[in-house]
Design a protein around this ligand. Structure first.
Ligand code: PLP
Length: 357
């Protein structure tokens, strides 16, 4: 960050942005990555690139962050919610086919906790019907599904570098362009609808307004922060693997004895070690456990509330019972402290407090 300031590169798309993009392109083996101001904005860019129009439908899980859905709703789309699988808590691919209509424009799987969705089935349905798949890979950078990296299977994919993520710059994101048809337009829409990127590459002699667009470019000061994180991505992932495995080793037996479920990672999924959660037997037990941990100075948090039952979800026709697994899991899921600098000693305190409960 000091270097970015010293060389006077504090706006976006300069050397640190380029270095981050190149590193991600190399690690993920993808043709083009564009840093954005957030994952939300990467998803909004995806919706613009797909020309989402009022009345179009997008298939989304109800158990996700609001941005997975809102990015399309701001373009006028109608969300069509799927429930999740009981094992991975990912979009239930078996429900997708019957939710398709002539107005379906995209399927947006979310790799919850960095464990891959059943992408073969989703891609198969999408390609048969000519529908785009947009991966919301906010949780799953560096994870893989049947040997393919998460974020490389949809036409487009979005990453998050929010402070809660494995690799972060506070607020930030990226759009992965796996389908080269979208690349040129993505550069324009991200740069306020101008061909500024082509101008800087020397492809045009002045830049001008050529399309709709907005300002989704990350400052190079933040990109410098992000580059420091990305340079250490292997150490970060290794540290998070240790944290995840310690929880799993120390808690699995205790969980089994008390009717608590720990995360399921199918053998064909290389997870991204983003989160460790418990599924308590009831909402009442979860509330009691949050309180128990809080009294010991440990913060544990629940996660998404079902989007189909939110105020906006209800405006789109969502009702109780539409997504029963989501409704059930949402009331019982608890996330344990999980961050890169979490020490083994701190983790042992969490574990012993849980065993005591
Ligand atoms: C699944 C999912 N998608 C999108 C987002 C939005 O990310 P950002 O804060 O980078 O916009 C989040 C945020 O946590 C998320 O969990």
């Amino acid at each position: 960050m000091t270097e970015a300031l010293r060389i006077g590169q504090i706006a976006g798309d300069q050397s640190f942005t380029k270095r981050c993009q190149r590193l991600l392109e190399e690690v993920l083996q993808v043709p083009r990555v564009l840093l954005t101001t957030s994952c939300t904005h990467a998803l909004e860019l995806a919706a613009l690139l797909l020309n989402i129009q009022p009345g179009d439908q997008v298939i989304v899980p109800s158990f996700t962050f609001v941005s997975t859905v809102n990015a399309f709703v701001v373009r006028g789309a109608q969300p069509v919610f799927t429930d999740i699988r009981e094992d991975t808590l990912n979009m239930d691919e078996a429900q997708v086919e019957r939710l398709l209509t002539a107005r379906t424009k995209a399927i947006v799987p979310v790799h919850y906790a960095g464990v891959g969705c059943e992408m073969d089935a989703i891609a198969d349905i999408a390609s048969r019907r000519g529908i785009a798949v947009i991966e919301d890979n906010a949780h799953g950078l560096f994870g893989n599904y049947r040997g393919r990296k998460l974020g490389t299977m949809g036409a487009l994919a979005a990453l998050s570098f929010h402070e809660t993520k494995n690799v972060t710059c506070g607020e930030g994101g990226a759009l992965i362009l796996n389908d080269a048809r979208y690349t040129e337009r993505a550069e324009i829409l991200r740069e306020k609808g101008t061909n500024r990127t082509q101008f800087f590459r020397g492809q045009v002699d002045k830049y001008t307004w050529v399309d709709i667009g907005s300002s989704y470019v990350m400052s190079d000061v933040l990109a410098a922060f992000l580059y420091g994180q990305l340079e250490a991505w292997r150490e970060i992932q290794e540290q998070r693997r240790r944290i995840w495995e310690l929880y799993d080793r120390r808690l699995s037996e205790w969980a089994r004895q008390h009717g608590i479920r720990t995360p399921t990672v199918p053998p064909h999924c290389g997870q991204a070690y983003h989160m460790y959660y418990l599924l308590l037997p009831s909402l009442e037990r979860r509330t009691a456990l949050i309180e128990h941990l809080k009294r010991r100075g440990i913060l544990s948090v629940f996660h998404y509330l079902p989007l189909h039952l939110s105020l906006m979800g209800q405006k789109f026709g969502g009702k109780p019972g539409d997504c029963p697994v989501t409704e059930d899991v949402s009331a019982r899921l608890l996330r344990l402290p999980f961050y890169n600098s979490l020490s083994e000693l701190e983790q042992e305190k969490v574990v012993s407090s849980l065993l005591e409960f």
